[in-house]
Design a protein around this ligand. Sequence first.
Ligand SMILES: C[S@@+](CC[C@H](N)C(=O)[O-])C[C@H]1O[C@@H](n2cnc3c(N)ncnc32)[C@H](O)[C@@H]1O
Length: 267
Amino acid sequence: MQQQQSLGMEGQLEPYFSHPEGFTLFEADALTLLEQLEPEQFDLIFADPPYFLSNGGMTCKSGRMVSVDKGRWDKSQGVEANHRFNLRWLEACQRLLKPNGTMWVSGTQHVIYSIGFAMQSLGFKILNDIAWFKVNPPPNLSCRYFTHGTETVIWAARDENSRHTFNYQLMKEMNGGKQMKNLWSIMAPRKSEKLQGKHPTQKPLELLDRIVLASTNEGDLVLDPFCGSATTGISAFRNKRRFVGIEQNPEYLELSIRRLREAEQGQ
Ligand SMILES: C[S@@+](CC[C@H](N)C(=O)[O-])C[C@H]1O[C@@H](n2cnc3c(N)ncnc32)[C@H](O)[C@@H]1O
């Protein structure tokens, strides 16, 4: 596989970790680093940004009542400040996409409307909104709402002129020979995906595999600006795509490296 190219404006950026097969991690604030990377270098950007839902609520886990709080990074700053934040990092990502590159952003009701509006305002071309059905979600404890069983994943091209990659045939094959719909039933990450440690909002590998396989080709370069435990990176690695991840918490970067070592052994 191709070696990692120079990513920074002047090749000055020091990665936290770099694997020769093209798996690079940066410990940084995404907003700052995104603005320093060379433009138009990524084929795909997947982002699972802060949800802004960690504001003292409760949920149910393994039959027990637990706090929904994911960490300080997930606290809401208020609707307008949250939206300014979304506009800023999305604009920085748009600058980094190749002309035909695409962007995927996942989110719950707390953030996805701001994300969608920001993407429309910036001139992204929305291609699909995927309804990810979580199959076995935790029950709603208050019994005053429907169970939250879905997350939305917006898929968008850089702009109206983009000729985006869509591996239609492969998606059809993966769907038993039928055209794949925008409703994806995918379970939460399995225990086997958490052997190296836990991230509070870890995404299932099956979800990222589908995204990576649908919209990139082997050797393509993938970015995740809020990479957490690097699920996107593990999927990129096992599907022979190159990866750059940004994360501000070194604990999660270490978890990502352990996951990569595990994936290497599984090859
Ligand atoms: C929703 S989680 C991503 C989880 C990831 N998709 C996974 O599968 O593990 C968002 C991550 O973004 C990180 N984060 C939040 N704000 C950040 C920022 N400004 N710069 C870099 N990382 C940030 C958090 O530490 C958290 O790990």
